[in-house]
Design a protein around this ligand. Structure first.
Ligand code: HT7
Ligand code: ZN
Length: 867
């Protein structure tokens, strides 16, 4: 497997201005006739040469059967096939500045388990072309800087496929002989081939419309499986909110006359922003109160928003090459976060994002796959749809937003679109627009794009005659991909509190201190204070300050930022759990509990904050705080902490429980926060493991009128009583057996159960009639939940969890390498665990590496982890 390098970029030798596709659908033998209007690219011509290219035309292709080639209307046979690619020799094109190439090939959708290119999801045809899937449909210059206008004709059986869709506008629909029909679509906007889409199936359709700010009526259509139309309303309402928000906040209006969204069950990721025809994983579309949780409602709104926002950040302005992926993904994630913050809540949105960074991105940066948000080297592009490119990428955009303010950021966005609409550009082009629109110099800031790793910011306070200094030092440790690190440009939000809780004025612009070198300090006009650092997670760094428990409690009580109150609660819990980790028999002092309760009581008038403060850091997030953690010991310490917390705060928790009445379900912010508080309280109380608590959970499960509460009771019973958990799970299974999306939750709950025979359970579940190895949602629910979130099972002392995952990956890799490579993540990050675990994990990684024909996807990750 050969790595591609960012710095090797070369502009294309040929352009493809127009693409005309005729696709005759057939499950095993779909025929594609592709007519390409090509032109020699100006880049390919050296000054003293003629007008024709000096290089062969090399069209990407994978798993295709070539039928015929025509050049300018004549049969053409002087081509070569090299490693799947179709090569038209330069000599054949020597006299031509523009030419038409017609290629006929066939593909086999039903046997395409990779879910890239054209495949079948249940009975529907659908496509996934990002990143490099178009080459699995036809021969093409499969790179994002080749932009073309598409006309797509689809021929399908009329009865089986009432809905036959592609990008843009419908221009023709007519019946053909033999029960077939022809449907033709035209997309007037030039686009890269990764935004091409085709869907054909028999769906229920929900229709609506949106009037844009300039008064144009846009037709909205949502396609879901038959019988599920009632579960599509939330997604459609979310789409309209997103369209309005992008107009209000960024002045961006939708461009085509129709916007379609299709929900499919077989999908590798969350959703895909194909021009005018989004394809969604059904779990991010379908929702009603009986089948979806509050979190599902939130995620649907956010992902619908995300894909919609791509229409400008991704589609109208796209990436020059895939190394620039964060150009569209980091920016669009930032935009969807701002949207969620405005629609739902800033605090909840920010906290959930910070958890992603701390639990997953920091781990990625500390592991073998560490890369900058703009990677330098890639073997398999699918491996770079990462928390680094997406989520750290969004944090980098957020820092620009902080530094330039909302108005300055908007000026930068306006200039970016003014300069680059219709182009394929780079991350530098984006930052340059921000810089030029605001007349600032962002050269140093750009280092965020090329440097990987998580900076550590150490803060110390030193006494200076009558006042104190806060001394900041930043350092980024070497990562697997880069040895040398430089100081970054870091905006750090700071607040200082006197012991009385009074805020000290620091005279900082926007409460933000910019640390732009290795060391710097801030003067604080007080001798005794507690600094509140990195409010709002103003930079993606790890902070190190010698806080005492008292300090955390002071921040939890007096900080002006709810975010910082939550952050202090998490740091407090982590430090107490760490005490138990080092000495499992330690009883945490009663005075801590009393003070904690007092701090939590202060938040009782703010259920949004309270529920966050009652949530204890996950094992995954705690793991990041240790150099070589013993996972089983850490999980035990966390449980021991929860038992003590429950014992010491029981009256307080029972009081809250008594104060929250069950209401008939509505997805409103007030109700969501009440349910979240109740969920946190019930989970904590479940550590009592008493029959009374079990009875309470059973009663609440049976009377729940919504999925959120049902899942809360299942999760709590998983802690409280094995018998109750098994009983409720059986009842849940019989109620939802036919609902694929809901059953994913059931699989995931089983997979995260603490149990000595978890592996035989998983094996049994894998033969459940709703389980299907070819469906990524099922695999993620069962195997993914186990490997990522079942610490005790996955890290079992005998290595059986590691072996189980590996066996599974070996089976999955030949079918869907993209998903196999995602699931290997917990195994390749072995270096953060104690030696005995490392050895067993390495043994399994070697088994993978020794497999003949391992995919590029797994090879890239596994081989890096073993060097
Ligand atoms: N831009 C989309 C990425 C995506 C994807 C990438 C690789 C393979 C399958 C995929 N499905 C979707 C989704 C997004 O970020 O909006
Ligand atoms: Zn995206």
């Amino acid at each position: 497997a050969i790595a591609k390098k960012r710095l090797d970029y070369q502009a294309p030798n040929y352009l493809i201005n127009e693409v005309d596709l005729v696709i005759e659908l057939d499950p095993t033998d779909t025929i594609i006739t592709s007519t390409l209007k090509c032109e020699t690219s100006p880049h390919a011509i050296s000054s003293n040469a003629g007008v024709a290219s000096e290089q062969d035309l090399i069209l990407d292709g994978e798993d295709l059967k070539l039928i015929s080639v025509f050049l300018n209307g004549s049969a053409f046979t002087n081509y070569r096939i090299e490693e799947g690619k179709l090569v038209i020799p330069q000599a054949e094109l020597a006299q031509l500045t523009d030419f038409t190439l017609q290629i006929k090939n066939s593909v086999d959708p039903i046997n395409n388990g990779s879910l890239e290119g054209l495949y079948l999801s249940n009975e529907a045809y659908c496509t996934q072309c990002e990143a490099e899937g178009f080459r699995k449909i036809t021969y093409f210059l499969d790179r994002p800087d080749v932009l073309s206008v598409y006309t797509v004709t689809i021929i399908a059986e009329k009865a089986a496929f009432p809905h036959v869709l592609s990008n843009g506008n419908l221009v023709e629909e007519r019946d053909l002989a033999d029960g077939k029909k022809l449907v033709k679509w035209h997309d007037p906007f030039k686009k890269p081939c990764y935004l091409f889409a085709l869907v054909a199936g028999n769906f229920d359709k929900l229709s609506d419309s949106f009037t844009t700010m300039s008064g144009r009526q846009i037709q909205l259509e949502l396609f879901v499986d038959k019988g599920k139309a009632s579960q599509g309303h939330h997604a459609l309402a979310s789409l309209k909110k997103a369209m309005k928000w992008d107009e209000d906040v960024f002045g961006l209006e939708y461009d085509l006359d129709i916007y379609m969204v299709v929900a499919v069950d077989f999908f590798n990721m969350g959703a895909m922003e194909n021009k005018g025809l989004n394809v969604f994983n059904s779990k991010f579309v379908l929702a009603d109160s009986n089948t979806a949780t509050d979190d599902d409602f939130f995620n649907i709104e956010s992902i619908i928003g995300h894909e919609y926002f791509h229409n400008w950040t991704g589609n109208r302005v796209t990436c020059r090459d895939w190394f620039q992926l964060s150009l569209k993904e980091g920016l669009t994630v930032f935009r969807d976060q701002q949207f969620s913050a405005d629609m739902f809540s800033y605090l909840a949105t920010r906290i959930s994002q910070v958890k992603v960074m701390r639990e997953h991105q920091f781990a990625e940066d500390a592991g073998p796959m560490s890369h900058p948000i703009r990677p330098d080297e890639v073997i398999e592009m699918n491996n770079f749809y990462t928390v680094t490119v997406y989520d750290k990428g969004a944090e980098v955009i957020r820092m620009l937003h902080t530094l330039l303010t909302a108005d300055g950021f908007r000026r930068g966005m306006d200039l970016y679109f003014e300069r680059h609409d219709g182009q394929a550009v780079t991350c530098d082009d984006f930052v340059n627009a921000m810089q030029d629109a605001n007349e600032v110099n962002l050269d140093h800031f750009k280092l965020w794009y090329s440097q990987s790793g998580t900076p550590r910011v150490k803060v110390e306070s030193g006494l200076e005659s009558g006042s104190k200094e806060l001394n900041f030092t930043q350092r980024t440790n070497p990562t697997a991909d880069q040895a040398d690190k430089r100081a970054l440009y870091l905006p750090i939000k700071v607040e200082c509190l006197e012991r009385s809780g009074r805020k000290i004025d620091l005279n900082l612009n926007n409460d933000t201190f910019v640390l732009d070198k290795a060391n710097a300090s801030v003067t604080v006009p007080s001798e005794d204070f507690v600094p509140v650092l990195l409010s709002d997670f103003s930079a993606p760094v790890i902070l190190d300050y010698p806080y005492s428990l008292e300090d955390y409690l002071l921040i939890m009580t007096f900080s002006s930022s709810d975010y910082s109150k939550w952050d202090a609660s998490q740091a407090l819990y982590s430090s107490l759990i760490s005490e138990l980790y080092h000495n499992e028999s330690v009883e945490l002092s009663t005075s801590v509990w009393g003070k904690l309760e007092a701090a939590l009581r202060q938040a009782c008038n703010n259920y949004e904050l309270l529920n966050e403060m009652l949530t204890i850091p996950s094992v995954e997030s705690l793991t990041q705080g240790f150099e070589f953690s013993e996972p089983l010991k850490l999980s035990a310490a966390r449980s021991a902490f929860l038992v003590q917390m429950q014992e010491n705060l029981q009256d307080f928790l029972l009081e809250i429980m008594a104060n929250t009445a069950q209401k008939s379900y509505e997805y409103t912010k007030v109700q969501v926060n009440e349910r979240r508080v109740l969920s946190a309280v019930l989970q904590l109380l479940s550590y009592s493991k008493t029959p009374e608590m079990a009875a309470q959970l059973e009663k609440r499960f049976n009377s729940a009128d919504n999925m959120t509460d049902k899942l809360t009771m299942l999760k709590a019973s998983q802690i409280c009583s094995v018998e109750l958990f098994e009983k409720l799970m059986l009842s849940f299974e019989s109620e939802y057996l036919e609902n694929a999306v809901v059953m994913d939750k059931w699989f995931a709950l089983h997979a995260t159960t603490k149990s000595n025979d978890i592996l035989s359970k998983l094996t049994l579940l894998a033969s459940h009639r709703q389980f299907n190895l070819r469906n990524p949602n099922k695999v993620r629910s069962l195997v993914g939940s186990f490997a990522f979130y079942n610490t005790d099972g996955f890290h079992a002392i005998d290595g059986s969890g590691y072996q189980f995952l590996t066996d599974y990956l070996l089976e999955l890799d030949p079918i869907n390498p993209q998903i196999a490579a995602r699931l290997v993540t917990p195994l390749i990050q072995y270096k953060k665990f104690a030696k005995s675990h490392q050895e067993m994990m390495v043994m399994q990684l070697k088994r993978l590496l020794n497999r003949a024909n391992l995919s590029k996807d797994l090879y890239e990750k596994v081989s890096k982890s073993l060097t």
